[in-house]
Design a protein around this ligand. Structure first.
Ligand SMILES: Nc1nc2c(ncn2[C@@H]2O[C@H](COP(=O)(O)OP(=O)(O)OP(=O)(O)O)[C@@H](O)[C@H]2O)c(=O)[nH]1
Length: 444
């Protein structure tokens, strides 16, 4: 029996939210996710007891919740079925899937992939002296992840001020962290007064499900209450169908199953679809989610699509499925608005980082910097600058060096926001304003 329980019937009746968990390494993301799963009854009790005993024997009691998350991640990574993708937990209002499990080898990369699908993000920040400071510092991931969340267009955030037990549940430390993060958030265009900052101990459970008696000075929501207060995201059913592919499987007896989350539009059994850039055409034989067959699927649904006419090796992660009547756009060139988060020198024409957009990763070259903008007003402050630096915002022309599907941010936000990475770090993030499409012949 799996340690992590499958969605219960009650969960399947609830609206579904995709949550990204972000934050600096070791600030407690895994511990928090594990605790949420346990607190909401999504971990097998007997299995958890065994895990606790094992941890006690090894003197590693503090790691038991993080182990729960590790197990879920392993189950997903091993998963030959799609069910592990859908495991999550339930709040009174929602069924919540953590789309990005902490501890992945390349977490930022996964965050970009995941964040392009996130309805909301939960930022975990450690209150431990020194840890908070490192995370919000110039090289810190608290800063990097918040920047990415903003640029990728995630408007709904929850900030978890974690490890409050380490600072004796001190209100002053909490207020200090809240003020500093709030300051940075304002620069990114968030209104911190509308964002819950919850003082928590992921280890002890304070303010996760029940209000903590250790922090009588705090009168905001618990974490579960804050999750329930997230606004259900818009589900653009009236737009053309688009689904970035996460995985492709061959399932015995069924054939090719393409897995992903629907960004826009509606897909029905029997529909004629095309996967771009490879331009492979097929027919939808069945659609499945949480082990249930669906007649049609809509934006936000994580689905496995059984397609006739497409082989496993024809398509891959990073390709995008659409209807044959309205195929996804393959880009020859892109014009984008870009914010530079970090670069040791300068970014100019000829620079070739890696472009991460929805589930795709391709090398791309900057062809031209069209203008440098005032980050606050968006007004042009310099035409055709030679280069841009850390902190600058610019409009650039980019050329993907391999075929990739992208769309305009204004039409398909999830396919129009991207990050540029290099040297194992995020250099910039942006939004696609215009596309020069590449002609790709589709043989139906
Ligand atoms: N005292 C205390 N320790 C905590 C708390 N939350 C996490 N920790 C400890 O902090 C360390 C890191 O926790 P993880 O949950 O692994 O952190 P993470 O952010 O998932 O780390 P990565 O997956 O490596 O990015 C572990 O030793 C945890 O036991 C907390 O609320 N209080």
């Amino acid at each position: 029996m799996s340690l992590i329980l499958k969605p219960k019937d009650s969960a399947l009746q609830k609206p579904h939210l995709n949550l990204a968990v972000i934050g600096h390494v070791d600030h407690g993301k895994s511990t928090l996710v594990g605790h949420l799963l346990v607190a909401t009854g999504y971990v097998d009790e007997k299995g958890f007891k065994e895990l606790e005993e094992q941890a006690k024997k090894m003197g590693k009691e503090d790691f038991v919740y993080a182990w729960v998350t590790d197990r879920l991640r392993e189950e997903r990574e091993r998963g030959v079925t799609i069910e592990a993708m859908h495991v999550g937990f339930e709040t009174p209002k929602y069924f919540i899937t953590i789309i990005d499990l902490p501890g992945h080898r390349d977490f930022v990369k996964n965050m970009i992939v995941g964040a392009s699908q996130a309805d909301a993000a939960m930022l975990v920040v450690s209150a431990r002296p020194g840890e908070f400071e490192t995370g919000i510092g110039p090289q810190g991931q608290t800063r990097e992840h918040l920047f990415l969340a903003a640029t990728l267009g995630i408007r709904q955030l929850i900030v978890v001020v974690n490890k409050m037990d380490v600072v004796n549940y001190d209100q002053k430390r909490y207020e200090q962290i809240k003020a500093e993060i709030g300051k940075f958030m304002k620069l990114l265009g968030y209104d911190p007064s509308k964002i819950p900052f919850i003082p928590v101990s992921a280890l002890k459970g304070d303010n996760i499900k029940e209000k903590s008696s250790n922090m009588p000075w705090y009168n905001g929501p618990t974490l579960i209450e804050a999750l329930d207060a997230i606004q259900p995201p818009p589900r653009p059913t009236d737009k053309p169908f688009r689904m970035p592919i996460q995985d492709v499987y061959t399932i015995t007896g069924a054939g090719t199953v393409v897995v992903g989350r629907i960004e826009t539009g509606v897909l029905k059994v029997g529909d004629r679809v095309v996967v771009m850039p490879p331009a492979k055409v097929g027919d939808v034989r069945s659609i499945e989610t949480h082990h249930m067959k669906l007649e049609q699927a809509q934006p936000g649904d994580n689905v496995g699509i059984n397609v006739r006419g497409i082989e496993k090796d024809d398509v891959k992660r990073g390709d995008v499925m659409g209807h044959l009547a309205n195929p996804p756009t393959v880009a020859e060139e892109i014009v984008a608005r870009l914010a530079v988060l970090w670069h040791p020198t300068a970014v100019g024409p000829g620079y070739t980082p890696v472009l991460h957009v929805h589930t795709a990763t391709v090398p791309a070259q900057i062809i031209e910097i069209i203008a440098r903008l005032d980050p606050r007003t968006g007004q042009t402050v310099e035409q055709k600058p030679q280069f841009v630096k850390q902190g600058d915002v610019a409009v650039v022309r980019l050329k993907p060096l391999k075929d990739v599907v992208v769309e305009k941010y204004s039409d398909f936000p999830g396919l129009g926001r991207f990050a540029l990475r290099d040297m194992g770090r995020t250099i910039a993030a942006g939004q696609i304003i215009e596309i020069k499409p590449k002609k790709v012949e589709i043989k139906a």
